[in-house]
Design a protein around this ligand. Structure first.
Ligand code: F3S
Length: 290
């Protein structure tokens, strides 16, 4: 039996940066009149959120401050927020640190610039995901958010208008190519930006390669996490026995004695919100089973 753990597993640069900022501010706030919050959950991982709560870091959006923000410091998470949130912080004099991932900030700036200059905006992504909601919050013109080719076909795109196209940073690389091809083939007036982040690309590529040669694949991460779900779908398309798990306790549901006789190679990948500790626990568990 062979275990192949993807090298690009666990916290990406943007998530790690946001968590490090929150923890360092919490350390700094000890013995000071300062309460640390994150704007929404900093990461799609309940274990990490609970660890942060234990360090005194809570979700700003879940509290009523009765307009008293004196001791409050808010960390804006890596997924980013719309321009209205910055304005609200300014209006209410709320202290904040912006931990938006630079790859996401780049999209905010481009969406603002192009939508202010006569372009309509098309975003490929999940309309309910916080990153996409944040991106939409920088748009000054009409915005279309679509997640698949069927939705693309239903858009009322006009040949006499200009469009700028973006993707959510964690969108599926191949699906983005297909969607962009659909629009370019129809000779619309488009400016396309490649905004899938480098970490997402290398993760998807590696999981694709490993799952092709595995008899069983485990993808570690939250079921709410966009990039984790994409990894799961890629692995599943190559390896029928692919499981999405949040932590080691879910491995108990997998019948490894059945798998043992079939699986010779086990592949493991993890989304950007999976902590290293959980990844190592999964690897140890799998090793112990064979
Ligand atoms: Fe940033 Fe990419 Fe992570 S956009 S938050 S490095 S998945």
């Amino acid at each position: 039996m062979e275990i192949n753990l993807a090298k690009n597993s666990g916290f990406c640069f943007g998530v790690k940066r946001a968590i490090d900022i929150a923890i360092s501010e919490a350390e700094d706030s000890k013995n000071k009149n300062k309460k640390i919050f994150t704007y929404g959950p900093i990461i799609h991982n309940d274990t990490v959120i609970e660890d942060l709560k234990a360090k005194g870091i809570n979700d700003f959006t879940k509290f009523n401050f009765h307009n008293n923000y004196n001791d409050v410091l808010v960390i804006i998470r890596s997924h980013g927020v719309g321009a209205d949130v910055y304005q609200d912080f300014k209006d209410k004099n709320i202290n904040y640190i912006d931990a938006t991932c630079p790859f996401v900030t780049k999209i905010h700036n481009l969406v603002f610039e192009y939508s202010s200059n006569g372009y309509e905006i098309i975003v490929f992504g999940d309309k309910n995901h916080q990153e996409v909601i944040g991106i939409a919050g920088w748009c000054k013109s009409k915005i279309y958010i679509i997640s698949n080719i069927d939705e693309a076909k239903k858009l009322e795109i006009k040949k006499d208008r200009k469009y700028a196209i973006f993707s959510q940073t964690t969108f599926d690389v191949d699906a983005y190519k297909i969607l962009v091809e659909f629009f370019t083939k129809n000779s619309y007036n488009l400016t396309v930006f490649d905004t899938i982040c480098p970490s997402t690309k290398s993760r998807q590529e590696e999981v694709n390669n490993i799952s092709k040669m595995s008899n069983l694949m485990l993808i570690i991460g939250s079921k709410n996490s966009s990039n984790t779900k994409k990894l799961y779908n890629i692995a599943k398309s190559n390896c029928d026995k692919t499981y999405l798990i949040e932590n080691v306790s879910e491995l108990e549901k997998i019948n490894f004695s059945d798998v043992d006789s079939i699986a010779k190679k086990i592949g493991i990948g993890a989304g950007a919100s999976a902590p290293e500790k959980i990844i190592q626990e999964v690897v140890e568990y799998v090793r112990s089973k064979f």
